[in-house]
Design a protein around this ligand. Sequence first.
Ligand code: ZN
Length: 362
Amino acid sequence: MHSELLFRENWEGKFRCGLKKNKSDRWCTQMLIFRVLIGTWLIFLMSCSSLQELQKANLKRQQDAHARMKDQYVTLEKPSDTNVNVSGDGLKIDSTHYSLSFSEDLQQHTEYDTVSERQQSGHGYLVFMESLYQFIYQIFGFEPEHKIHVILHEIYRGTKLMATTTVHSQNRLQSNGEVLKIIRGIEMNFPMNMFAQLPVRAHELTHAFTQIYLLPAWFAEGIAVWVEVEYAKGRDHRKVEINKMKLTLDGLNAAQEWGGDLDAGADALTEWRYNYCYAIVAELKERFGEDFYPKFFSLMEADKLYQRLPGQMTTSFLVYYLSQAAGEDLVPYFESLKFKIKRLSKDEILDAIKSANKTLRR
Ligand SMILES: [Zn+2]
């Protein structure tokens, strides 16, 4: 702005010189040369300034694009087709991917004790949750088969500070004698205090998407916190140094034997576990790229071996698929972090499945 003003003054000066030409041509010529030089210099300054402005504008454009990506979570667009249906009593709201209900204690709350309050708020919640669903779907590239049942509470399990997501599964004997884990449903429970926090919704919805693969709890929490912090701007967790691990009395990494959200206390070890598991998930994505997790889940989906495993998925099984997605053996990495794991081949996994099925048939 300052250069622009100077430049305009200079052009006005040049005009005045033209008016003075008759008084002294030599003086005026000298002044003209002098002013042309000044003008050139100012034009140069302006050019520099314009270049800087251009660079600044480019940088701002890049920053804006980055911010838009980061803000996408907060400014989720209204999905075009939510199919939200509200029951006459406002107690049940359905949409394309959810069903939502209000617990009895919330129905006593002054904000939810009339039909219209429940209908309006429930409708709004599911429109938002449908957007969030698309957001999480974009990150992982797959979606659960079942509708997700969301239950809202005033107080849940005696507290306003805990939300849970549960994937209900059942072992079912197939006609060929194999036992398959069948997902029967997904249920999310939120006290309103937690539902109001957008990063918490993203954390829980990540569980709803990924726990259909029955992941070990430490990895399930790591991936949920990763989405919560890096995509949904959550501030409750932060990365910690991966090589500074807390150990059990057996000298093993204290993250591995963690039960996850349901085994979470307000203590330093729990806080470290959330942060540590997130740090591992984030580091793997940094090392192997944006497509690493979509690839990891699609490999598991292609084989469907997780459905045939006895019990919950173990870390050794998880690392087999992480290695497949990475294209390199990750057993040494996890061993260096004091995880207790065994290097498995697919044949060994299939053998374990066969012997488990024999045991179940006895
Ligand atoms: Zn969690």
